[in-house]
Design a protein around this ligand. Structure first.
Ligand code: AMP
Ligand code: GLY
Length: 428
């Protein structure tokens, strides 16, 4: 089977790496991909929102299965585009249709959905520019910190958490009144702050059956000790020691099952990944957010722990046969450390030559922001550059391996957090 993976990050490299190991694979394409994905398949220079370009590539290369990595094409309706096209309608697409991708595409939609199906989440209210005054009045009734969320997609920047009422109300005015995030902040969800520890749970579903993938924790802030600005993610760890069997059962009963049942009750045929961003508060899993895709950088530690032929799972999902599969999980611990460009998540230089690829030992290098320069050298092209994934019998061993490689991969301005996993030690 010929397969196309859409996207260009570490997540897509990890999926491509795994799919490339399948005996069921004939040819693998990645659009647009990066300098790493070209080692396991053929990169196609097509943007993730260029549906006509994607259609042409699918037909030219006889692609039978498309895996959509990022949220933007999902929320823009890529799966609907395939279903509505006579030539594409039989191509399998892993990723929900637009209406179901709204679980990620609209925070207000997700909150209403959770309310309707009794899924634990923070108490909230939604406001528009017309109800700005009520929004400010509502803020006054809350105990800080205040949590403000732009309703739509805002490239991971749409959540503001503030200790100060002044700052929160200014923020609310900017989001609603001045459309700080454009249409994405035409509505703002204000919600109760939840104090607990976060984890990411991933499910693949064909709409009826679902399988739980390994759980992970990601590290969002740029600075050690979870300080400084939010990033796309500075690394991830799988398994998460506090997610024991009893807690996982609660997650399944209180969150996963009601979500799948709710999607069915709404008449939505959800085919693809659901990413549950959870926070554990008093031993209850609350949903912080849904995403309609795998996480990045969680995928870089989660996928290496899936022992199955992953393409087989994806095909079964596309063909509504997921029920027949069972996921086998590698019991080893995996850890993925992200090397980023100096200055990220603010502005940073690009085009820095990367060396040390032959120093990875048995760690796996998943490329994110990398490309080839005119001399064929691998250079940086993004904020997040390379994820270094290692296995270990325990977290300590996996961390040690990834950190040893992190020193050997070199590029000007390289930065990474050196404290991954420290917060989890107390749970082991
Ligand atoms: P998001 O962009 O939706 O992933 O949110 C970014 C981060 O904000 C989450 O990972 C949490 O750390 C934090 N967050 C979001 N909602 C809440 C909440 N209600 N209480 C506490 N922290 C939150
Ligand atoms: N790691 C968080 C995300 O992918 O949104």
């Amino acid at each position: 089977m010929n397969v196309l993976i859409i996207g260009s990050g570490g997540r897509e490299h990890a999926i491509a790496w795994k799919v490339s190991q399948s005996p069921k694979l004939s040819k693998l394409f990645i659009a647009p991909g990066n300098a790493g994905t070209r080692e396991v398949g053929t990169n196609l220079n097509i943007g993730v929102s260029d549906f006509e370009g994607i259609k042409k590539a699918v037909l030219e290369n006889q692609i039978e299965l498309v895996v959509v990595g990022p949220e933007v094409p999902l929320v823009e309706g890529i799966h609907d585009f395939f279903l509505a096209d006579e030539q594409l309608k039989d191509v399998g697409v892993i990723g929900p249709v637009k209406a179901a991708a709204m679980l990620e595409g609209s925070k207000n939609f997700a909150k209403e959905f959770m309310g309707k199906y009794n899924i634990p989440t923070a108490a909230y209210k939604t406001f528009t520019n017309e109800s700005l005054a009520e929004g400010i009045a509502f803020l006054k009734t809350l105990i800080p910190p205040y949590v403000l969320k732009a309703d739509g997609l805002a490239a991971g920047k749409g959540v503001i958490i503030s200790e100060s009422f002044e700052e929160a109300s200014t923020e609310l005015r900017e989001m609603l009144g001045s459309q700080k995030f454009g249409d994405a902040s035409a509505k703002v969800v204000i919600e109760e702050f939840l104090d607990g520890i976060e984890l990411s749970v991933f499910v693949i579903t064909d709409g009826k059956s679902y399988k739980i993938l390994p759980v992970a924790k990601d590290y969002k802030r740029i600075g050690e000790g979870d300080t400084g600005l939010n990033t796309g993610g500075m690394g991830s760890i799988s398994h998460v020691p506090f997610a024991d069997d009893a807690f996982m059962q609660k997650i399944e009963d209180m969150v996963i099952k009601p979500t799948i049942d709710g999607l069915n009750a709404e008449g939505m045929n959800y085919k693809g990944f659901i990413f549950f961003g959870l926070i554990k508060v008093n031993d209850i899993p609350y949903v912080i957010e849904y995403n309609a895709r795998m996480g990045d950088p969680e995928t870089e530690s989660v996928i290496p722990r899936v022992k199955n032929d992953f393409l087989e799972i994806l095909i079964a999902t596309a063909e509504n046969r997921l029920e027949e599969c069972s996921i086998e999980i590698d019991e080893r611990q995996s850890v993925s450390i992200m090397l980023v460009s100096g200055g990220y998540p603010g502005s940073y230089p690009k085009g820095k030559i990367i060396t040390g690829f032959d120093q990875a030992g048995d760690s796996i290098l998943f490329h994110a922001g990398t490309t080839l320069n005119e001399n064929g050298e691998i250079v940086t092209s993004g904020g997040r550059v390379i994820a270094i994934t290692s296995y270990g019998e325990d977290m300590e061993e996996a961390l040690k391996k990834s950190y040893a490689v992190a020193e050997k991969i070199k590029f000007e301005g390289k930065y990474y957090r050196k404290d991954l996993g420290q917060d989890l030690k107390k749970y082991i």
